[in-house]
Design a protein around this ligand. Structure first.
Ligand SMILES: Cc1cc2nc3c(=O)[nH]c(=O)nc-3n(C[C@H](O)[C@H](O)[C@H](O)COP(=O)(O)O)c2cc1C
Length: 272
């Protein structure tokens, strides 16, 4: 059922047994948008997108969505920017009304809340794309949570998880590559990943991104903190980009912990 090459969607899907329908087509045609038209999506489109977001499966509707229309301030000058938050405040208020005290630990609340917020956010992406509204997630929210809290007067136990810039696309890029299916779907047990499997996956990812001139068009090469950079945009691709990111950034927990604490979550007591 899952044989075939699902890893270079920009070229062609060659899976033997993929089902086609408008929902699958929309999902498989997904691409993040980084160039937007000035005109904003309509109120009806915004409501449709958020309402579709809400219909995602949830643990406890542990989310809230903040909206900004200040295009000039948004990354990629997107007309809309949503900030999807993990929200424990609302359920706490409901429990207060019912005379219950919330005793669940903050780590569990965050892990569950993260899922509610993320599934909702992704539903918004797909709903938008199905009506011609593009988007891109922005990961900075967890690092600037405290300033978002101040800007929007967030109550305690509301944590900005991710931002979603949105608008009508002013570009038409192909879908980006994904791992081959044999590196993703494991039936029965997690297999020993051979070097060959890893190399094949690396090759397909790197070739797929290079074919699109992805990093060169975005000017998104991550610099090296040490040593001479021997890569140019001719050979700099996904696996090098990811390695530079996770091999150089975010080593300390200090900033995310500080942001979490500022929003009322304490997963590690401060003296540890
Ligand atoms: C949590 C998260 C944070 C992201 N942050 C950024 C970001 O800050 N800037 C950006 O341009 N893209 C960001 N992206 C988009 C990814 O780069 C993009 O989804 C990925 O490269 C795959 O490309 P595609 O969405 O076009 O398939 C983010 C995506 C996620 C899920």
């Amino acid at each position: 059922m899952f044989s075939g090459n699902l890893f270079v969607p920009s070229v062609e899907f060659t899976v033997d047994s993929m089902i086609e329908n408008p929902v699958i087509d929309t999902i498989l045609d997904h691409k993040s948008v980084r160039k937007y038209k000035k005109e904003s999506p309509t109120e009806e489109e915004i409501e449709t997108i958020v309402r579709a977001g809400q219909q995602a499966p949830f643990v406890s509707q542990l989310y809230s969505v903040l909206l900004s229309r200040d295009r000039e301030k948004h990354p990629f000058k997107a007309p809309l920017m949503f900030t999807i938050c993990i929200d424990i405040h609302k359920i706490q208020r409901i429990m207060d009304q019912r005379g219950w005290e919330l005793i669940t630990n903050d780590l569990s609340l965050l892990l569950f809340g993260m899922q509610d917020a993320a599934y909702m956010a992704q539903n918004m992406v797909t709903a938008g794309e199905s009506i011609g509204v593009g988007s891109v997630f922005l990961g900075r929210a967890i690092y600037i949570a405290e300033s978002i809290k101040d800007e929007y007067d967030l109550p305690e136990k509301v944590f900005p998880l991710v931002q979603l810039a949105m608008g009508y696309p002013d570009e038409d890029e192909p879908p980006r590559p994904r791992y081959p299916m044999d590196l993703v779907l494991f039936e029965g047990s997690y297999p020993e990943l051979t070097d060959e499997m890893i190399e094949t996956a690396m090759e397909s990812m790197d070739e797929g991104y290079l074919e699109q001139d992805y990093y060169s068009k975005l000017g998104a090469k991550i610099g090296l903190s040490e040593g001479e950079d021997e890569y140019t945009y001719d050979d700099y691709s996904w696996t090098e980009h990811m390695s530079r990111k996770w091999g150089q950034w975010y080593e300390s927990m200090e900033t995310p912990m500080k942001q979490l604490r500022a929003c009322g979550f304490d997963i590690v007591p401060e003296d540890q």
